[in-house]
Design a protein around this ligand. Structure first.
Ligand code: NAP
Ligand code: ZN
Length: 347
């Protein structure tokens, strides 16, 4: 066992505080990772505040992990000490069900093990990347290309794959008009990836405050959703809308922006239910779908794609003691565009 420093939530309402946790001994197929940077995802906030159901405390959040291999088990062949690696939202799955066998471990039929807040196969509660080290089975570790700085790579492990997967599945590319709703952690990476795929990209943000950034990140157009005219001007305009918003939206208004056969994919995961009129779908043969992160093979594919296209997240690196302040800023949509914890400040 290795005792390591971490930051944990002890209830839904108290601030996160420093603590120590135990990491298991390195097993035959395990990789011990010295964590360098961990991104703060809005999902961390939903989870620690028990917005998605009662969490089991203490929670050490963090599923956007970038670091360096410190040690590997005797059966590990893909990694050696010193490799630059990442860990995302999952650390295990059954490997046997139809979904695992087709590379969709995120939809494991027996239930996968999440990086934090899950009971692992050893019966203990998993704890995430707001900590100095983690031990992970080698099938759930990915390589970070040399072209991406570790702090800019960390957010790709969740924000990157969560947006890459639906953009790829729904064919974002040349000739396709893609809208990204919400220019936060997921949204800003979605803009970069959709642009690199060759799509014509529009940002739909609450205001025009971040317009210069949006255009610099690769958007071709930028509109404020607080302006009712936006919904008239852009009616029927898009082949694909990726909704990254963490709150409830007026779905009918956004569905009205889809062209015939267009699809709106929700990756944003508000706690409250969303409702829609079926006529918003029926009248133009539109689809409304959801998407959860991505599989492990696809996560490596996304990182390689980002490496080739020079894509990393736009980050604000913070010391660990600023985590609670960062949470408040994320909730106020005051993030440009991902807070990343410098894990050396936890040592
Ligand atoms: P984030 O950085 O807070 O970004 C969300 C953005 O949504 C904000 O920056 C804001 O953009 C917009 N927004 C926030 N409140 C809004 C409101 N009331 N009305 C309209 N727009 C609003 O969060 P994130 O880390 O990108 O995560 C976004 C959501 O995705 C969260 O619910 C998270 O849990 C979920 N998520 C899902 C998956 C998955 O696998 N499906 C994976 C990761 C995260 P503007 O300021 O530009 O309007
Ligand atoms: Zn996340």
């Amino acid at each position: 066992m290795l005792t390591v420093n971490a930051y944990a939530a002890t209830s839904a309402t108290d601030p996160l505080t420093p603590t120590t946790i135990e990491r298991r001994d390195v097993g035959p197929h395990d990789v011990l990772i010295e964590i360098k940077y961990t991104g703060i995802c809005h999902s961390d906030i939903h989870h620690v505040r028990s917005e998605w159901g009662e969490a089991t405390y203490p929670v050490v959040p963090g599923h956007e992990i970038a670091g360096v291999v410190a040690e590997v088990g005797p059966e590990v062949t893909a990694y050696v000490a010193g490799d630059r690696v990442g860990v995302g939202c999952m650390v295990d799955s059954c490997r046997e069900c139809a979904n695992c066998r087709t590379g969709r471990e995120q939809y494991c039929l027996k239930g996968n093990t999440l990086t934090y807040g899950s009971i692992g196969k050893d019966g203990t509660l998993t704890q995430g990347g707001y900590s100095t080290h983690v031990v992970v089975n080698d099938d759930f570790v990915v390589k970070i290309p040399d072209a991406i700085a570790l702090e800019e790579a960390a957010p790709l492990l969740c924000a990157g794959i969560t947006t890459y997967s639906p953009l790829a599945r729904w064919g974002a590319g040349p000739g396709k008009k893609v809208a990204v709703v919400g220019l936060g952690g997921l949204g800003h990476v979605a803009v970069k990836i959709a642009h690199a795929m060759g799509a014509e990209v529009t940002v739909l943000s609450q205001s025009l405050k971040k317009m210069d950034d949006g255009l610099r990140l690769g958007a071709d157009h930028y509109h404020a959703t607080s302006d009712p005219e936006t919904f008239q001007t852009l009616a029927g305009a898009f082949d694909l809308i990726v909704n990254t918003v963490s709150a409830v939206l007026d779905l009918d208004a956004y569905l009205g922006l889809l062209a015939v056969d267009g699809a709106m994919v929700n990756v944003g995961a508000p706690a409250e239910p969303l409702s829609l009129s079926v006529f918003s779908l029926i009248m133009q043969g539109r689809s409304y779908a959801g998407s959860l992160i991505g599989g492990m093979g696809e996560t490596q594919e996304m990182l390689d794609f980002c490496g080739e296209h020079g894509i990393g997240a736009e980050v604000e690196v913070i010391r660990a003691e600023k985590i609670n302040e960062a949470y408040e800023r994320v909730l106020a949509s005051d993030v440009r565009y991902r807070f990343v914890i410098d894990v050396s400040t936890l040592r």
